[in-house]
Design a protein around this ligand. Structure first.
Ligand code: SF4
Length: 368
């Protein structure tokens, strides 16, 4: 049945009524408890818990140091095609948008890979739109074979695949899967995915599980903040990670809290997640699941990223570009969304070192 059963269990749950009835001592008790329950997690996410951010931050810092030391892993994204047959209203690559499209051939992919590898970053995140007949499985596989020559670890953020396809990619050297549900609210999901294969809510919801069943080493999930109710999205993202963590012991599970950024042709943010609540959610994730990976991308501003870093972040993107061919060509395509932290890898490394962070360029390599 999968994670959908967990979501259905909360169908009639009135989150705001529950939050209203919470007492301050319930929240404090939940923060301090050693082994936390789902109810403790919900208490820490509640609007009233924002008052206790300082205590949560101290606990979060301690837990992160205990399980991850002082390390942070750097990665870079690589977009290989922005053709897409889906119609996601929040994305610049939406098929209805009249943007500059680009689809890299294998020589161009190799050029981009070589350029990124010069920065010293060894973890690459491969991204592409979903375009049947153009961005097919074979194209993805051949791209991975090229990337394997330059990087120790390859993760993918592409359209959902079958379990056996993930297993095939694992054999080629893919170790990680990033797949965002965008929104856990089924009705809203249909409203923001107007056409294309991505309209299938359940197929997408079960994707992380298929990746874990194929024994991918790391799975990153989350909701896109800006669409649905922020408290519900945070709750179900955390619960989803918790479900995967308990069921698939061989995969490292990570969470990300991407917030909608401006993108050509995309809708504006509907439910804004402010900086303070972002930090609260991040800490609630850490306190509820001490061993969860937490990812912070260049969607966020430089000052904010640097401030949040010590509170539990374990993965940090650097030098990111969201256009296709953007690392090597002036004639790049339209970006998927605007990057906020525009620092180069070198500048980010320098900043992280000044905060005393041990930077991991390569933590492990999948030998195939
Ligand atoms: S979010 Fe992904 S699937 Fe949707 S339009 Fe953008 S690239 Fe295509």
């Amino acid at each position: 049945m999968g994670f959908i059963k967990v979501i259905e269990d909360y169908e009639d749950f009135d989150f705001y009524n529950y939050f209203d009835g919470l007492r301050e001592e319930d929240i404090l008790f939940s923060i301090k408890k050693t082994k936390k329950t789902v109810k403790d997690f919900l208490n820490m996410l509640s609007p009233k818990a924002i008052k206790y951010l300082e205590i949560m931050a101290q606990e979060g810092k301690k837990l992160t140091e205990k399980h991850f030391g002082n390390t942070v892993m750097l990665y870079m994204p690589l977009y290989i095609s922005n053709y897409c047959t889906n119609e996601c209203v929040y994305c610049g690559f939406n098929k209805k948008n009249h943007i500059k499209r680009k689809h890299l051939n294998f020589d161009e992919i190799e050029l981009e890979a070589r350029e990124i590898a010069k920065t010293g970053v060894k973890h690459i995140l491969l991204l592409t739109g979903e375009a049947e007949g153009l961005v097919d499985f074979d194209y993805v596989k051949k791209s991975i074979i090229i990337l394997k020559k330059y990087f120790a670890s390859i993760s993918i953020e592409i359209y959902p695949l079958k379990t056996e396809e993930y297993a095939e990619l694992l054999d080629l050297g893919v170790s990680g899967l990033t797949i965002y549900q965008e929104t856990y609210d089924k009705e809203l999901y249909e409203k923001v995915h107007l056409s294309g294969k991505k309209r299938d809510y359940l197929w997408r919801l079960n994707t992380p599980e298929r990746g874990a069943q194929a024994r991918l080493n790391s799975i990153t999930i989350g909701a896109l903040f800006g669409l649905g109710d922020i408290y519900r999205e945070a709750f179900f993202s955390g619960l989803h990670a918790h479900y995967l963590q308990n069921k698939y012991l061989e995969s490292d599970i990570s969470l990300s809290l991407p917030r909608m950024n401006k993108a050509e042709g995309a809708i504006e943010t509907v439910n804004h997640l402010d900086d303070k609540t972002f930090v609260q959610f991040l800490l609630a994730f850490r306190l509820f699941m001490p061993k969860i990976g937490l990812n912070l991308s260049t969607r966020e501003k430089q000052e904010f990223r640097d401030k949040v870093l010590p509170l539990g972040i374990t993965k940090f993107s650097a030098g990111s570009k969201t256009g296709v061919g953007a690392y090597t060509s002036e004639d790049k395509s339209t970006d998927q969304f605007e990057i906020s932290d525009k620092r180069s890898v070198e500048e980010i490394v320098k900043a992280l070192k000044s905060y005393g962070k041990d930077i991991i360029f390569k933590d492990w390599e999948l030998i195939v």
